[in-house]
Write a protein that binds this ligand. Sequence first.
Ligand code: NAD
Ligand code: TYD
Length: 339
Amino acid sequence: MDKGKTYLVTGGAGFIGSNYIKYIIDKYDNIKVVNLDKLTYAGNQENLQSVADKDNYTFIKGDICDQKLIGELFEKYSPDYVINFAAESHVDRSIGNPDDFIKTDIYGVYSLLENCRNFGIEKFVQISTDEVYGSIDKGSFSEDDTFNPSSPYAASKTGGDRLAYSYFVTYDLPVVITRASNNYGPNQYPEKLIPLFITNAIDNKKLPLYGDGKNVRDWLFVEDHCKGVEFVLQNGKNGEAYNIAGNCELQNIEITKKILELTGKSEELIEYVKDRAGHDRRYSLDDSKIADLGWQPEYDFEEGMRETVEWYKNHEYWWRKIKSGEYLEYYKEHYGEDM
Ligand code: NAD
Ligand code: TYD
């Protein structure tokens, strides 16, 4: 077990980053965590209430694109590890307005890497995604397969992924890259499929299923993802990428029916709507590389979904604020007043 290290976690106020911070603070006695987050619409300090007052946790509001600020943080905190979760992360938003995606998901990674190169670190973890590979009809993608990103989100994440790799090859920076499947669990912003549909179902609102509802995603419980990231940080080989799969491929309609079952609502809430532009049909990861190193996910989907639905039922104050504010404006703009 690693002790006494300083972790600079970027994007730690978002869904996965906040779960990761809570996980490592709970796991290790003697680490320090500095959380740098811009607090975009997706960043929420309430996600970190349980650690906010701890002596070994520091929050800094700031942008990963701000090289000067990152330099000051390196001077002050001398991080051993940098784990970059910060990103614009929603495909639909990237279709509407790719600008921030290019800035944060590419330039932001560059800005972090430059500082890591100048100051020196033990490990840089770039949180990439399965979406860099694009869609696959049959079989699963391995880490060495070709990139074929379809959305501005996936393309900008591919840029960040390859920039991180280039700093390993060119400057010998100790970089590892993780590419995970679709995550679900507590604290996910209710614009993504699972939290959007759970919260809509609770409110007896329609569940807008894109296209024929048969697109397939592989689902990974967020706690498993956090454990996988930490495993790769501790055990991954520099310059290598690791797929982190949930090994749970489901069609969107199957997820939707499960949500309706767990919330006790009728399938009449399902509404088929216009398909997403460039909608990837299926994501699938071959995770034998990380499995050979000794890691696999622990949650099964039933258990993860039950916990997730319970969390949203018990945390209405968290998501109602989000859905009644900025998010609602976005939702209406894209799907009309009546949805
Ligand atoms: P999220 O949108 O919930 O959180 C992103 C966080 O990054 C927010 O707190 C936001 O304020 C912060 N941020 C955005 N731009 C920033 C900037 N310029 N500087 C500093 N902070 C900034 O996203 P998430 O779902 O938690 O995803 C985290 C990471 O995991 C992303 O890199 C994403 O690409 C990757 N990923 C996500 C999934 C998934 O299913 N959610 C799957 C695989 C990989
Ligand atoms: P999403 O949660 O946005 O993740 P990603 O696009 O990164 O995989 O979407 C998951 C799947 O659910 C994807 O196939 C698109 C679909 N979807 C809907 O059918 N309706 C919705 O309202 C949303 C947000 C997604």
